[in-house]
Design a protein around this ligand. Structure first.
Ligand code: GAR
Length: 200
């Protein structure tokens, strides 16, 4: 099985997955990183793990769908089975979702359906919620709306700083995302409408 990660930022989730592949927790090949940001930190991490990385410049495409056509073309050429969005800060088009139906995962740093969209950790913190967390879900045609695979909550501590909360959220992400990828690749996810059952 071949995995591709799509990312736009620092790439700590990319690294968590790369490490999980390296130590055999995920039995698959991490074949490709695609990014839409030329200077994204994740590209350095790809080099470190000798993963091929491709930068696709959004400026070269007239529409989001044209961009996604290029992405899908590359994913197919590389025979990718699973697409892992890890801080990929673009809304992907229905064309892309249909091309990889139920084979695209996303991680979100909040308990969906609360605080979907960008800057979720900060928005949850400023809202004053007492509990937040991390969600891994399948990607459907909406924004952060696909069936939930894994979700875990964190209690916000009294007088906790935003920075401390961010660190704890990321730590949780780095545990949950490799696990979700592993469950997917082992065929242990059973999708029934909005519900995802996890087989033992
Ligand atoms: C992660 O916290 C991820 O949950 C978030 O971007 C960060 C990427 O960090 N994604 C979203 O907010 C998607 N709406 P990373 O580049 O260090 O993996």
């Amino acid at each position: 099985m071949n995995i591709a990660v799509l990312a736009s930022g620092r790439g700590t989730n990319f690294e968590a997955i790369a490490k999980a592949v390296k130590r055999g927790f995920i039995r698959a090949r991490l074949k490709l990183l695609i990014t839409d940001k030329e200077n994204a930190g994740v590209r350095e991490r790809a080099k470190k793990f000798a993963v091929k990385d491709i930068f696709i410049d959004p400026k070269n495409f007239k529409s989001r769908q044209d961009f996604d056509r290029e992405v899908v073309k590359i994913l197919k050429k590389e025979k990718i089975n699973l697409v892992v969005l890890a801080g990929f800060m673009r809304i992907i088009t229905p064309y892309f979702v249909r091309a990889f139906k139920n084979r695209i995962l996303n991680i979100h740093p909040a308990i969906l359906p609360s605080f979907g969209g960008v800057n979720a950790i900060e928005r949850a913190y400023n809202y004053g919620v007492k509990v937040t967390g991390v969600t891994v879900h399948l990607v459907d045609e909406g924004i952060d709306t696909g069936p939930i695979i894994l979700q875990e909550a964190l209690k916000i501590r009294e007088e906790e700083s935003l920075q401390s909360l961010e660190e704890r959220i990321h730590k949780l992400e780095h545990r949950l995302y490799p696990l979700a990828v592993k469950l997917f690749l082992e065929g242990r996810l059973k999708i029934k409408g909005r519900k995802v059952e996890i087989k033992a």
